[in-house]
Design a protein around this ligand. Structure first.
Ligand code: GAL
Length: 583
C-alpha cells in the first residue's frame, strides 16, 4: 500500500510536480501511521522523527556506492559525482528508502535532505532511570568506538533544509521487492527499452575522426564481438565543453558515416551535456530561459520550462532524423570532488528554482528533454545524473571513476531506488581486472565498454578478445531473458537488477551478490580466483557449467562469473547474433 500525508507547507518545486502519472493507487495515511511521525518546523527547515527498531536496516537513498545497509549512518542526499565516502553524495540521490520491517518512505523534496538512520532522543529520563553503574572498557580503535551501538529506542531523523513542510509517502509491503516495486509503479512503472538496447555498447575514442570511427566499427565486426551501439564522445562536435551540438569538420561526411554504420547494424549514440556554447545555434533562444551562471562558458538552460525543452529537443531531433539512436547526457550531476565545475546551489533559475533544487531534478529534465528529441524512436540511452521517480526513463547511469567494489555496490543499490546502472569498463591495469569487469558489466543493466580516451580496443592490451566475445555472446543469448525482466519492470515495477535482500529476507548479510532477472550473480573480484557464494534455499544450477548446488554457502573457484538459476528455470536463450534489428 502507498499512503500519503502532507506535513506543513510543501515547496512548489518537488519531484512529484515534474514526474509522470503514477501507476499505483495512493490512499490517505491512516492515523496509526501518521501518529508515529513527529513533525516540526524551524529556521533550518523541517524535521521528521520516526521510531525504529533495534535491528531496522535501511536501503536506498539513490545510487549509493559506499554502503548497502545504511543503519546508523548519516546520509545527505546530494547530487554529486565521484563521492569519496559514505556521505550520501551521488550521481542520483533519491529521498526514498526501504527498511527490512515492511515499510519505506519517500519524502517529496528536491532539497539536500539529511537522513540520520538511527540516533537516540533525549527522553527526559533522570540519571536514576538508567542502569549506569560500573566502568566502561577502554576501546583503542575508532572502528569499534563508532560502531552502531544504538540498540533500543532509536529514531530515524529526516531533516529537509529550507522547506517548511513536505508530502510524505509511506509504503508498506511484505518483502522489500514488494515495496520497491510499488515505488516504481508510483514513479510511472519501469522503462522497457528496445531489444537492441540489451545488446552491447562500445564508446569510441573522443579524438577519432569519421574514418577512424568507421575503422573501429569494421574491426569490431571482423573480430565477431557482438556490438549494437557505437558511441561518439565529445569530439563529434565543433565545441564540447560547453557544447555546440554541431558536427565538427572531422565528421564532414557524417551523413554517409551514419548510413554506413546503420548498414552494419550499429545504433549511433552521441555524447553531449546541457551547457550550451555561445557558438551553438540554440544559444540565443535559450538565453532568456537560463540560469544566472555559466558552466564552461555555456548557458545552463532551465528545462522546467516546456519552451526550453522544446528549443533544445527540436535541435537534437535533427540529429535523430540523420540516424542517431540515443544520447549520452554527461555532467548533469556536478562534482565537488573533481573540480567543482557546476553551478552553485544558490544559482537562480528563471522558473524560481535554485541551484540545489535544480541539481536534484537536472537528470529528470534531461531524460524528458532527450526523449522529446527522440520523437518516439525507441532508445536506451545514458545519463550521468537522475533523481527521484525516474524508473520510467530508458536511461542508464554510468561513470568511470570507481573501483570494482563501488561498481558492484552501485549495481546492487540501484534497484532500491528505480535506477539502472552500468559498471562500464574502460582501460584497466591488469588482465584480471579487465576480465572481471567485463563479466560484471555483461550482467548489468547495460553492457558497455567506454573507451572515450583510449585509441584502441581495451581488450587488445591483454589479448582478451576471446574473453569479451564470450561474455558479449552470453549477453546476446540472454536478450529474451533480460527483456522478460524489463517487461516485469514496466508492468509490475520489479527491478531487473536488485539486491538479494529484496527477495530473500535472510540475505541481509550478503552485500556482494545480486539478482539479475531471477538469477543470482556472485561476481569474483579482480585478482581473485574464487569466492564464497551464498545461495537461497532450494536447488540451483550454475549457468556456465551446469553444476548443481543447494542453498547455503559454497566455496567456488572459477575463471567465469558465478551465475545461478533455480533448477527447472533455465533462462530462455537466443541464438548469438552480432547485433539486433532496429526498432
Ligand atoms: C566524462 C565522462 C566520460 C567521458 C568524458 C568525455 O565526464 O564520464 O565517460 O564521456 O567525460 O569528456
Amino acid at each position: 500500500m502507498i499512503y500519503k500525508k502532507t506535513f506543513g507547507v510543501p515547496e512548489k518545486f518537488v519531484p512529484t510536480y515534474f514526474a509522470p502519472e503514477p501507476k499505483a493507487g495512493i490512499a490517505d495515511m491512516p492515523d496509526e501511521i501518521s501518529e508515529k511521525i513527529t513533525f516540526s518546523v524551524s529556521k533550518r527547515g523541517c524535521r521528521f522523527l520516526i521510531p525504529i527498531e533495534a535491528d531496522t536496516a535501511f536501503y536506498g537513498f539513490g545510487l549509493q556506492m559506499k554502503a548497502v545497509n545504511q543503519r546508523g549512518n548519516k546520509i545527505t542526499v546530494r547530487c554529486n559525482a565521484d563521492p569519496k565516502a559514505n556521505t550520501g553524495d551521488s550521481h542520483a540521490p533519491v529521498p526514498f528508502f526501504v527498511t527490512n520491517k515492511g515499510w519505506g518512505i519517500f519524502a517529496d523534496t528536491a532539497r539536500n535532505a539529511v537522513f540520520y538512520c538511527g540516533n537516540e532522543l533525549n527522553r527526559g529520563l533522570r540519571s536514576s532511570d538508567f542502569n549506569a553503574v560500573g566502568e566502561s572498557e577502554f576501546i583503542d580503535n575508532t572502528r569499534d568506538l563508532y560502531a552502531d551501538k544504538i540498540r533500543e529506542n532509536a529514531t530515524l531523523t529526516v531533516e529537509i533544509p529550507v522547506a517548511q513542510g513536505a508530502d510524505i509517502y509511506y509504503f508498506t509491503g511484505d518483502r522489500i521487492v514488494d515495496i520497491v516495486s510499488q515505488y516504481n509503479m508510483f514513479s510511472g512503472g519501469g522503462c522497457l527499452p528496445p531489444d537492441w538496447g540489451f545488446g552491447n555498447y562500445y564508446r569510441c575514442c573522443g579524438r577519432y575522426n569519421e574514418d577512424e570511427v568507421l575503422a573501429m566499427a569494421k574491426s569490431i565486426r571482423e573480430q565477431n564481438i557482438p556490438c549494437d551501439t557505437l558511441g561518439l564522445e565529445p569530439g563529434w562536435q565543433t565545441r564540447s565543453y560547453s557544447c555546440s551540438y554541431v558536427w565538427s569538420e572531422k565528421f564532414k561526411n557524417h551523413k554517409s558515416l551514419l548510413e554506413k554504420l546503420i548498414g552494419m547494424g550499429y545504433k549511433v549514440n552521441l555524447w553531449e551535456h546541457f551547457f550550451v556554447h555561445p557558438s551553438s545555434p540554440i544559444f540565443d533562444d535559450l538565453l532568456p530561459l537560463s540560469a544566472d551562471y555559466y558552466v564552461w562558458q555555456g548557458l545552463v538552460p532551465d528545462f522546467s520550462f516546456d519552451e526550453a525543452q522544446r528549443i533544445y529537443a527540436d535541435h537534437q531531433h535533427k540529429l535523430v532524423e540523420e540516424g542517431v539512436y540515443g544520447f549520452k547526457v554527461d555532467e548533469c550531476d556536478g562534482s565537488d570532488f573533481t573540480g567543482g565545475w557546476s553551478y552553485p546551489d544558490c544559482a537562480e533559475f528563471p522558473s524560481g528554482m535554485d541551484g540545489e533544487q535544480y541539481h536534484h531534478l537536472a537528470g529528470t529534465f534531461g531524460a524528458q528533454t532527450l526523449l522529446k528529441a527522440m520523437g518516439g524512436r525507441p532508445t536506451y540511452s545514458e545519463i550521468r545524473a537522475l533523481g527521484p521517480l525516474c524508473s520510467s526513463y530508458p536511461f542508464v547511469l554510468y561513470s568511470d571513476l570507481y573501483d570494482f567494489d563501488d561498481f558492484l555496490r552501485a549495481t546492487i543499490n540501484s534497484g532500491f531506488s528505480g535506477l539502472l546502472w552500468s559498471p562500464e569498463v574502460r582501460q584497466c591495469e591488469t588482465k584480471s581486472d579487465f576480465v572481471r569487469r567485463i563479466q560484471l558489466v555483461a550482467f548489468s543493466a547495460q553492457s558497455l565498454i567506454n573507451a572515450w580516451y583510449y585509441d584502441h580496443q581495451p581488450w587488445l592490451d591483454f589479448d582478451a578478445a576471446d574473453d569479451v566475445r564470450e561474455m558479449f555472446e552470453m549477453r546476446m543469448r540472454l536478450v529474451p531473458y533480460i527483456k522478460k525482466a524489463f517487461v516485469r519492470y514496466r508492468d509490475e515495477g520489479v527491478p531487473p537488477v536488485r539486491s538479494l535482500v529484496c527477495d530473500y529476507k535472510n540475505a541481509k548479510h550478503i552485500e556482494d551478490e545480486y539478482i539479475f532477472g531471477d538469477m543470482i550473480v556472485a561476481p569474483i573480484k579482480p585478482e581473485q580466483a574464487g569466492r564464497e557464494v551464498w545461495l537461497p534455499e532450494g536447488e540451483w544450477v550454475m549457468l556456465f557449467d551446469g553444476g548443481e548446488y543447494s542453498g547455503g554457502f559454497h566455496e567456488i573457484k572459477t575463471e567465469k562469473i558465478p551465475v545461478y538459476y533455480r533448477k527447472g528455470e533455465k533462462p530462455e536463450m537466443a541464438e548469438v547474433s552480432q547485433y539486433l534489428p532496429f526498432e
